[in-house]
Design a binder for this molecule. Structure first.
Ligand SMILES: Nc1ncnc2c1ncn2[C@@H]1O[C@H](COP(=O)(O)OP(=O)(O)OP(=O)(O)O)[C@@H](O)[C@H]1O
Ligand SMILES: [Mg+2]
Length: 391
């Protein structure tokens, strides 16, 4: 079984040493590094384990052994089957025993020694492991990424958040498209605060403060996005997003992100990496498909797996013409099946003009509303009740 490590340490040098030691071990890699060993470590570990259930965690305790032990205990409570390796300079009986009590499976003395590290990796390799995060109560992150301008990423994200909120979920929408800032436009909101205030107050963030910064849509979801004026790119970095998302998944059930299409923006890439599902929105137009293909290969090179990325065809038509590829052509070009097709419908434009999500008025939206809700079911894994066979 290949070795995949998650490494938590506030010490750059330690993380580098782990990476270096792994170079000599076949089929091994570091999947994620966490520059902080804190009480929220378990959240980031859980997020990564959802995608990589075979991964093991290494925790460097040297900065603050007490905090590290508490963090390890919390991680083990959340994922009891996780293979956990603790590491410290002190390796006396008391230290090692406290690690074992906190749930560690192994211990590495620092400074790391090549042979000891290799032996520890051999022990890890020979231990069967596949953790289950099914019982995790962390919120899910759903991100909509447009393969081209105007394909409908914002429209789909807004309606997706709307449906989940109508289902009484606690939902937060993040607009990470700093140039467009269209979510507010589509829901008729004029937010007072933005991601910049969130960023400035991350250190003392709690639910009350957060809900003071966000705009509440009448459908029930919260929105926070970029400042409206284009001069203010503001200071909101990828590490800030990471910390923010840790807070969000602990407190809310679903986080819906409009990522726009700037795939090589650090914050957007961080959001894609933290997502449970990325919906790559395409149309059947050739330029959009070509770009989707570029995006997919970029994401695969960045370590994404196919089941993290779902293709959604917007403005779907069953009748291809000279400007539109067929469903089969789209799937063949992208090398994976499409999750869903959302039809082209003037109802979307009408709802844009009213500045309210299409799903708000079920009657006016008719068939489109029904189709959209079954897209949400499929996308979130909600099982439809089996249709009873005729009596
Ligand atoms: N399925 C659809 N049928 C008809 N019109 C649609 C559909 N989906 C979106 N639209 C319309 O297409 C336009 C662009 O949609 P939207 O702003 O959501 O795209 P986007 O991908 O977010 O664009 P941008 O690149 O500007 O962020 C809007 O006028 C929207 O109402
Ligand atoms: Mg948009």
């Amino acid at each position: 079984m290949p070795i995949s490590l998650l490494v938590a340490s506030s010490d750059d040098h330690f993380r580098e040493m782990v990476r270096e030691n792994l170079l000599n071990i076949q089929n091994s890699k570091v999947l994620s590094e966490y520059p902080e060993v804190s009480s929220t470590l378990y959240i980031r570990v859980l997020q990564d384990l959802e995608r990589h259930p075979e991964a093991a965690l290494v925790v460097d305790m040297s900065y603050d052994a007490g905090v590290a032990l508490a963090a390890m205990q919390k991680v083990k409570q959340a994922v009891p089957e996780l293979y956990l390796i603790a590491s410290n300079f002190q390796a006396d009986g008391e230290t090692v025993l406290s690690c074992l009590r906190a749930g560690a499976s192994d211990f590495l003395t620092q400074p790391l020694k090549r042979i000891e590290f290799r032996d520890a990796m051999q022990r890890l390799e020979s231990t069967p492991r596949k953790v289950s995060t099914a019982g995790s109560r962390l919120g899910k992150i759903y991100t909509f990424l447009g393969a081209k301008g105007g394909v409908g990423a914002t429209t789909l994200a807004v309606n997706f958040a709307g449906v989940l909120a109508q289902r009484k979920q606690h939902v937060v929408m993040l607009d990470l498209d700093w140039t467009a800032n269209d979510v507010a436009l589509q829901i008729g909101a004029a937010p007072q605060y933005t991601l910049m205030e969130v960023g400035e107050n991350l250190g003392r963030m709690d639910q009350a403060l957060f809900e003071g910064f966000v705009t509440r849509d009448p459908l029930g979801f919260y929105l926070v996005g970029p400042p409206d004026s284009l001069e203010q790119r503001g200071y909101f970095t990828e590490p800030m997003f990471r910390e923010f998302s840790t807070f969000l998944v602990e407190k809310y059930q679903s986080i819906v992100i409009d990522a726009g299409r700037n795939i090589n923006d650090d914050v957007v890439l961080g959001a894609l990496q933290a997502s449970n599902t990325v919906f790559l929105v395409v149309t059947q137009e050739y330029p959009a498909i070509r770009n989707a293909q570029r995006y997919l290969s970029f994401l695969m090179r960045a370590g994404f797996t196919q089941d993290q990325i779902k293709i959604v065809i917007n403005r779907y038509t069953k009748k291809p013409d000279s400007l539109h590829a067929s469903l089969e052509q789209v799937q063949q070009t992208l090398g994976q099946p499409a999750l869903y097709g959302i039809p082209n419908s003037p109802v979307f434009l009408a709802s844009l003009n009213k500045a309210r999500p299409m799903v708000q008025d079920r009657e006016a939206a008719g068939e489109l509303d029904r189709i959209f809700r079954s897209f949400v079911d499929k996308a979130t894994g909600v099982k439809k009740e089996a249709v009873p066979k005729s009596a």
